[in-house]
Design a protein around this ligand. Sequence first.
Ligand code: SAM
Ligand code: SF4
Length: 467
Amino acid sequence: MNEKYLPFLDESQIWSIIEQEQKPDPARVKEILAKAKEGKGLELNEVAALLAPIPDDCLADLFQAALDLKEKVYGKRMVLFAPLYVSNLCANSCAYCAFSAQNKDLVRKSLSREEIEEEVKIIERMGHKRILAVYGEHPMWDARAIAESVETIYQVKTEPSGEIRRVNVNSAPLDVDGFALLKQVGIGTYQCFQETYHRETYRKVHLAGKKSDFDWRLYAFHRANDADVDDVGLGVLFGLFDHRFEILAMLRHAQALESAYGAGPHTISFPRIEPAQNSELSTRPPYAIPDDVFKRIIAVVRLALPYTGMIISTREKPELKRELLRLGISQLSAGSRTSPGGYAAAFANRPEAQQFWVGDERELPEIIQDLQLDGYLPSFCTSCYRKGRTGDHFMGFAKTMFIHNYCQPNALLTYYEYLLDYASPQAKEEGARCIMENVRAMPNPRDREVMMERLRRIENGVRDICV
Ligand code: SAM
Ligand code: SF4
C-alpha cells in the first residue's frame, strides 16, 4: 500500500477528545480564542472545546474572532459561482438524496453535449465565470464522460465576454487514472463530501451501490492528489450524525492530507440536509442542525482552518446566509438551479427533477446588490489555479496573507468586468461606487495607481486581467 494512505480516522480517539472537552473552563476558552485570533489554526481538542457549551460572552467573542480572521485572510471579497447539474442518473441509493436509484418518481435527465452548451450559455449570460459541475454516480458518467463535459463547458464562449474560466467538479470518487483525466482537462477544485465520517451511520444511509464503500470515498482526495489534482474540497452532510464528531473527523482528514501532500483542503462546503423527493430521512434528519449550532460550526471551522475557502450553497435561506458570510464563508453559489437542464427555459421550474429544494431563490443581480449593501465586494475571480497557485503553492500564499494581495485586486477587476458587460445601468453605477471605495481604501498609493490603470484598461475593452 502507498505509504501516504495511512489510517487517520480513529473514532474512539475522537470521542475521547469530545468527552474531555465537554465542559471547558471559560478561561481556557478565552485562551483558545486568543490563539485563534492570531490565525494559527486550532488543534482538535481546542475545536472540541469551542463546540461545547460556553458562556454567552465567550460565544460573542468566538463569532467576532471568526469574522476578524476571515477579513484578515480573505479581505471583503465574496466569490460567486453557479452549479451546473449535468446528470441526475444515479446507481447509488443514498437515503437522503432525490437522485437515489430508489426514487422512481424523479425525472431522469443527462445533458447531451448540446444541452450542456445551452446551459453554459445561460450561465455565462448571467455573468458567471466559475461553474461547479455536479454528477450522479452512473456507468454512463465515467471519468472520460465527465472530462469531456468539462471540456465542453470550457469551449462555450458568448458575447460580450462570456467564458467559463474555472470548472470545479463534484462527482463520485474516481481512481487515480480517472483523476488524471480530470487534471488533463484543467479542472479547478475536485469536491467530494464524505457525508458522514461515522462508519456505522455511513453504512446505514448507503446500503447499496458503489458509494457504500466508506474507505473508497475516504481516500478519494489521496488518489486525486496522486494524480496531481491538488485543490480538493471536503464536506459533511450535516444532519446525518453528531456535528461535533463530524467536524473533528473532517479536521483529521484535513490534517492527513496536509501531512501526506503538504496542503490541506482548498475548500470546505457546508451542506445541511434539505427535503428531497421521496426521502423520508431528508425531511426528518436524525441529527438536524438548528441555525444557531450551524453558525457556531461555521465560525469554529473558520478559526480552525484560517486559510481554507468556505462555501455555502443555494440550500440556505438569505437571512441566515447573511450571518454565515459574516462568520467565515468566503464563496457562495448564486442564481442556482439544482436539476439538469434547470437553467434553460424549457426545463425551468421542474422540482420533480431537482436534487433538493433551493432555499435562496434570488437571482444573481439581487444577490450582488445585497452583498454590496452588506459591505462585501462580489468577485468572479478564477485566478489562482490559472496562475498555478494550487495545492501547497496556494497554501504558501494564503498563509503569509499574500492572498490579500491577490484576492482583493482580482475581485475588483472581475467585478468591474461584470458590471460593464452584464449589469443594469443602476447596478453599474452602484457597483462602480463600491469599486472606487475599495480602491481608495488600498493603503499603498502605488497599488492604487496600478489598480486605476487596470480598471481603465478594462473600460477600454481589455478582459481577463488577472493578478
Ligand atoms: N453523486 C456524487 C456524490 O454523491 O458524491 C456527487 C453529486 S451529489 C448530488 C453532491 C452532494 O449533494 C452529496 O455529496 C450530498 O452531500 C449532497 N446532497 C445529497 N442530498 C442532499 C439533500 N437532501 N440536501 C442537501 N444536500 C444533499
Ligand atoms: Fe447519487 Fe450522489 Fe445523490 Fe448519492 S448523493 S444518490 S451518489 S447523486
